[in-house]
Design a binder for this molecule. Structure first.
Ligand code: 7RM
Length: 636
């Protein structure tokens, strides 16, 4: 029985059992059979969640790029590794084969070395979704430099904070970036950031937009001439299993972003294994994840997971609405995409538009649909299932985090029966626990609690860069000897998990525990509603009351707003009960969102609580301007 590729529900249960009963044997066999090692490990797993300290495959030596690239050259040299789809649909797509990828990564790695980058140095990558982004990530990994990718939509302040936190030596960027009809002056943002970054010694600049930019003598170098001179072969740096592979920042509930540190061997094994199983990738498939490589989803499921499996992975430079809302479906049809992985926020935006944008294209190549990033509401799930999957493609609702490195709870398509809004079952090796407010595990089914993981898995982040104490406090202190996710979840009668949202989104109204996600689901079922966000605000009698921010489908909705408010509360009463009725409903044209599409409830909570004095840093929002509008029209 192949443990690497699960192909049915029975097999899943069997494999899962083995992974819990004999975790070391389980992961050892996968590591042995599916990867190239320079030296085998001395021990599979060492762990102590009280310190916390975790190592996987300690003593082993390897290079992840040998596994992503070199190992495929003999059998898949001419196969497309990266399929680049540019912003402008009139520009041709670029097919980069495994052989070409090898040459380009090696040349880039040699340029890094020429610029003085060595094993262990931190390199900040601030690039749009162009091939150089994936190539520079892999070039760092090839020479053992630690990459820190910063999403190229972040501001100069956010960029300099991240560069300084890890004392990066180099920034890799481009002259500009294309996003739909807009051109963004990336190099200008880098220049502004670098005024505050003493550790940076050099900047490599890829040419993309041909924007007129400043090049600082002695610091800035055009990338292409250096690549042209570089040798196209570069030996791998031999890395220890627990050497850091990358740092990726995730925002905390307060202050400084957290630089999550992922290490080499465990991350490799887990990202590869989960990619294969969650997407059921087959040799000739063309897989597309619409995330940006600036997020963990892009790291694990655009770059590493797919390439480790010798897959063809699509990188799309543009946005969903350019040149029109049919672009995603045009790309699916053009490249005969087989697996499509996106976020609920994108699905909701697409669902708002005319179905003609979908129906104009042949989507019959699709086999598996995925979602990630937030709970998917029932309406969006059905829209996705009906109109994109034509009820033929299973939807994998994948729950995981920057900190977990890979997908943790997800259906296995064609094996696990799916139910809307349920991420379903833990993947092999993942041991979830639901905890009550007294710190005790809640056993049995049909229960709800705080979601923890009680046993290590290979791709868990090992620390927060430069602050192990914060790592311990954030993830290993709320519950003894458990990793605490910060999310709430319920386990239904069959053992399926439904993620109910961040625990800080739980609102206690008159002593009732209410998750915001199911209330938002109910509100969204009202035919006039496009999207909503619910927060709590202090209430004299109930303790907390509910405040809803609602976006209507038609901005010019003619019905009386007070009638609409009544109707929305009627839906909530029907779906959840009168206890969940909203005290206040504010209609708005937008909701403050992070760049990865998560609603910033922290800001909405403050506004609802009449506390707008200190909204914190809103500069990293996708749409900071909407905050003003919401404050102006607040019902306080
Ligand atoms: C991959 C990613 C992590 C947080 C996590 C959850 C939420 C992610 C789902 C989800 C419900 C899902 N990393 N989340 N996936 N909630 N269902 N399928 O998003 O670090 O940026 O965010 O996102 O709250 O803790 S992340």
């Amino acid at each position: 029985m192949s443990k690497y590729h699960i192909q049915g529900l029975e097999e899943y249960f069997q494999v899962y059992r083995t992974s819990v009963d004999h975790p070391e044997k389980f992961w050892e066999q996968i590591a042995d059979e599916h990867f190239s090692w320079q030296k085998r490990w001395d021990s599979v797993l060492n762990w102590d969640f009280t310190k916390p300290e975790v190592t996987w495959f300690a003593g082993a030596q390897l290079n992840i790029t040998e596994n992503c690239i070199d190992r495929h050259l003999a059998t898949r040299g001419d196969k497309t590794a990266i399929l680049f789809e540019p912003n402008d649909p009139n520009d041709p797509a670029e097919h980069i084969t495994y052989t070409q990828l090898h040459k380009r990564v090696c040349a880039f790695a040699n340029v890094l070395k020429d610029q003085g980058i060595q094993k262990g140095d931190r390199v900040c990558i601030y690039l749009p979704m162009i091939p150089e982004l994936a190539i520079s990530v892999l070039a760092c990994a090839r020479i053992g430099a630690i990459h820190s990718v910063v999403f190229a939509g972040f501001s100069a302040t956010a960029l300099s904070t991240r560069i300084n936190d890890a004392s990066c030596k180099m920034v890799i960027t481009s002259d500009g970036s294309f996003r739909g009809s807009k051109t963004i002056d990336l190099k200008g943002i880098v220049d502004e950031a670098l005024d505050q970054c003493p550790s940076i010694q050099s900047v490599l600049v890829a040419r993309r937009t041909h924007t007129d930019i400043q090049m600082k003598e002695g610091r800035d170098h055009w990338l292409q001439p250096l690549l042209d001179k570089a040798a196209t072969d570069c030996p791998i740096e031999v890395m220890d299993a627990e050497d850091p592979l990358f740092i990726l920042y995730t925002s905390g509930s307060t202050g400084q972003p957290k630089g999550m540190v992922h290490t080499t061997a465990g991350y490799m094994v887990y990202s590869a294994y989960t990619f294969k199983n969650v997407f059921q990738y087959q040799e000739d498939d063309v897989y597309w994840c619409t995330a940006d490589i600036g997020w963990i989803t892009g790291h694990s499921y655009i770059v590493y997971g797919p390439l480790l499996n010798g897959a063809t992975t699509v990188m799309y430079e543009g946005v969903p609405a350019y040149p029109d809302w049919g672009r995603f479906w045009q790309i699916v049809a053009q490249h005969k995409i087989t697996q499509f992985y996106t976020a609920p926020t994108a699905i909701r935006a697409l669902a708002k538009e005319n179905l003609d944008f979908v129906e104009a294209y042949d989507l019959s190549s699709l086999k598996v649909l995925g979602t990630v990033g937030e709970p998917i509401n029932e309406e969006a799930w059905h829209w996705y299932n009906d109109n994109i999957g034509k009820k033929q493609s299973p939807i994998v609702d994948t729950w995981w985090q920057t900190e977990t490195g890979g997908i943790m709870i997800s259906p296995i398509p064609f094996a696990t029966p799916t139910i809307p809004t349920f991420a379903t079952l833990p993947l092999p090796g993942i041991q979830p626990a639901l905890m009550d407010e007294h710190g005790k595990e809640i056993h049995g089914n049909q229960v709800e609690g705080r979601l923890c993981i009680k046993f290590p898995w290979p791709s868990m982040a090992r620390t927060i860069w430069g602050n192990h104490q914060r790592y311990k406090e954030t993830y290993f202190s709320a519950f003894a000897k458990m990793y605490f996710t910060g999310d709430g979840a319920l386990r239904d009668a069959t053992g399926y998990y439904r993620i109910t949202g961040r625990v800080d989104d739980v609102i206690i109204v008159s002593g009732h525990n209410l998750g915001t996600a199911p209330i938002e689901d109910a509100v969204n079922e009202h035919p006039a509603v496009a999207e909503s966000a619910i927060v709590g605000f202090p209430h004299d009698i109930k303790g907390n009351a509910l405040y809803g921010y609602v976006i209507l489908k038609e901005t010019g909705e003619t019905r009386n707003h007070n009638n609409l408010r009544k109707e929305i509360n009627q839906v909530i009463t029907e779906k959840i009960g009168p206890i969940a009725k909203l005290d206040k409903i504010q209609f708005t044209t937008g909701l403050p969102k992070t760049r990865s599409g998560k609603i910033m409830r922290r800001i909405l909570r403050k506004i609802a609580s009449k506390d707008t004095s200190n909204l914190g840093d809103t500069s990293t929002l996708l749409n900071p301007e909407v905050v003003e509008e919401i404050i102006e029209n607040a019902l306080v």
